[in-house]
Every structure is written in structure tokens, then in C-alpha cells.
Write a protein that binds this ligand. Structure first.
Ligand code: RRO
Length: 301
């Protein structure tokens, strides 16, 4: 018997939270303002992820600060956001859309993270994604590249939140760094990982020389942490997802949910219909009954 197209189940569960579709926006992509967040609510996206929030509202860096290229983008947004109090007020409304709300927490110093996480947790998000990897704050190194600071911060935030909490990590380019962060996460556990944030310090020189760098780096990081935890920690895959096939590759590498950034910015929230349809078709063709069944199934040489 051939399964009909819509029988592939695209829902998934992370840390006990059910997502009606395993595709959602990446933090930062069309999720700063109330209107943008509500548009995600009305779209087919499986969740609403907020922009990373800071204590005070921020306008971000001056323009130009975003440049798309084939298969990805480069940005220097500088954390434009409404400030955590505004998102705390919005969360109850956003939950009315009937899908999980993920609050992305940032900060300009370690104490900020704790303060924001404490308040936002009370607003009732389904998950908190702690951003250890903002690449665009002049003079501030990414926390995820400092393993001691990362551990301190995870413990400090963990102590004040009520819902499942994960961390968004920067790309690592050396297996020693995957191992070091995996050790941190074994000592200071989290409920999920979001992999990866933008490839920082990148330079796009000539559009004719573009290359898709984000997806291979993202897939390598998803795979490395999948292996480090034997598939026992849920992973949200982020980076270079433009098609259903890209999303399928993230699933195979070990992601349970896939976030979409540049393609969302370029196409708007209808991108979720397109990519969900394509993912449905890919999974169907490959004989998977559900997206979950494909997670981590990469055949290694
Ligand atoms: O706002 C930004 O510049 C930004 C952030 Br917080 C982030 O986590 N990742 C990114 O590529 N840009």
C-alpha cells in the first residue's frame, strides 16, 4: 500500500512540548515586533520564537546590517529588540495561537540573562532558548566560546526558570570544542540544544563568489552533538534551510526541529507552507512515516 502524501506526520516533541510542525522560525528572523510575532502565529510555523531579548529595548546597529546570498545571509543586527518587559507582556497573547512559544534570552552581561530569564519564565513560554552566541556586540566575545562562562551562565539561569530550557550555541570548528562544550552540558544539563547561530566574523566580498557555508557547518555541529549525547538530547537545527531537502538533512544529522532564518526573511511566513510541503514529499519518497522517524538516521561511511 502506498501512503498518501499527507500521512507523513510532521509533528515532533521536544522536552515534552509538542510542535504541530517540525519547522519554526530561527530567532532573529521576522520575530522582533508584535506584528511579526503574530504573523508567525497565523502562519503554519510549528512555534513562535522571539528575537533574543535584552533588558532594555535596542534599535540595533546602523544599516546596512543584513545581506542575503544564495543559501544564507550575513548580518550585523546588533540585537534590535523590544526589551524583555514587552515580550513578557506579549507571551500570553502569543500563546493564544495554539502553538508553542519559545522565548530567546540574551543579555549584555551575565546578570542580565538571569534577570530576564526569571521574569520571562513567569510569563509562561513553553521553552526558553538561552542565546550563548550573539556574534554582533562590539567588544563582547560570544559566551559559547568561553566554556567556563557558559557553564556558570547555564547554572545561573537554570536556577530561575520553570520551563524547559536550552542553549543556542555558536558554530564550533574543532572537535575539541564540541567535546569541551559536551562536557559542560553533562555537568550543567539543559533540555535541548539549538545548533547553530550565525557563522561569525564572516565577510562576503563578491556575490559571484558566494558559497553555502552555513549549512555544512550547521550539519556538522548537529551531528557532533548528536553523537556526543548518543541522540539523548533534543536538537533544534538552524542554518542554511531553504528547502524541504535541507530540512531533511538536518533531521538525518540529528535535529528534531528545524528553524528557518534567511528563507523566512526573504519569503515571509508563507515559507513554512512551501518547506513543509517539500519536506512532506521528501519523507514520503524516502518511506519515512514521520519526521521523527528520520531523526539521526544518517548512514555513516
Ligand atoms: O542581533 C544580532 O545581531 C544577532 C544575534 Br542576537 C544572534 O544571535 N545571531 C545573529 O546572527 N545576529
Amino acid at each position: 500500500m502506498t501512503l498518501s502524501r499527507d500521512t507523513v506526520d510532521l509533528s515532533c516533541t521536544i522536552a515534552g512540548v509538542r510542535f504541530p510542525l517540525c519547522l519554526m522560525n530561527a530567532s532573529g528572523a521576522l520575530c522582533v515586533t508584535r506584528a511579526e510575532l503574530e504573523a508567525l502565529g497565523r502562519s503554519r510555523a510549528g512555534a513562535i520564537v522571539t528575537k533574543s531579548m535584552t533588558l532594555e529595548a535596542r534599535a540595533g546597529n546602523p544599516e546596512p546590517r543584513y545581506y542575503p546570498f544564495a543559501g544564507g545571509s550575513i548580518n550585523s543586527m546588533g540585537l534590535p529588540n523590544l526589551g524583555y518587559r514587552a515580550y513578557a507582556e506579549l507571551i500570553p497573547t502569543l500563546k493564544g495561537f495554539g502553538k508553542p512559544v519559545v522565548a530567546s534570552v540574551a543579555g549584555l552581561c551575565e546578570d542580565d540573562f538571569r534577570e530576564i530569564a526569571r521574569t520571562i519564565s513567569k510569563a509562561g513560554p513553553d521553552l526558553i532558548e538561552v542565546n550563548l552566541s550573539c556574534p554582533n556586540l562590539p567588544g563582547k566575545p560570544q559566551i559559547g566560546y568561553d566554556f567556563e562562562a557558559s557553564e556558570r551562565l547555564i547554572r545561573s539561569v537554570r536556577a530561575v526558570v520553570d520551563c524547559p530550557m536550552g542553549v543556542k550555541l555558536p558554530p564550533y570548528f574543532d572537535p575539541a570544542h564540541h567535546a569541551a562544550m559536551a562536557e559542560v552540558l553533562k555537568r550543567a544539563p539543559v533540555d535541548f540544544l539549538s545548533l547553530i547561530n550565525s557563522v561569525g566574523n564572516a565577510l562576503v566580498i563578491d556575490p559571484d563568489r558566494e558559497s553555502v557555508v552555513i549549512k555544512p557547518v550547521a550539519l556538522a555541529n548537529v551531528r557532533a552533538f548528536w553523537k556526543a549525547f548518543d541522540g539523548r538530547i533534543p536538537i533544534i537545527g538552524v542554518g542554511g534551510v531553504v528547502s524541504g531537502t535541507d530540512a531533511f538533512e538536518h533531521l538525518l544529522a540529528g535535529a528534531s526541529v528545524v528553524q528557518i532564518g534567511t528563507a523566512l526573511v526573504e519569503e515571509g511566513p508563507k515559507v513554512f507552507d512551501r518547506i513543509a510541503g517539500e519536506l512532506q514529499a521528501v519523507l514520503q519518497k524516502k518511506g519515512y512515516p514521520s519526521a521523527t522517524a528520520a531523526v539521526g538516521r544518517l548512514k555513516e561511511l
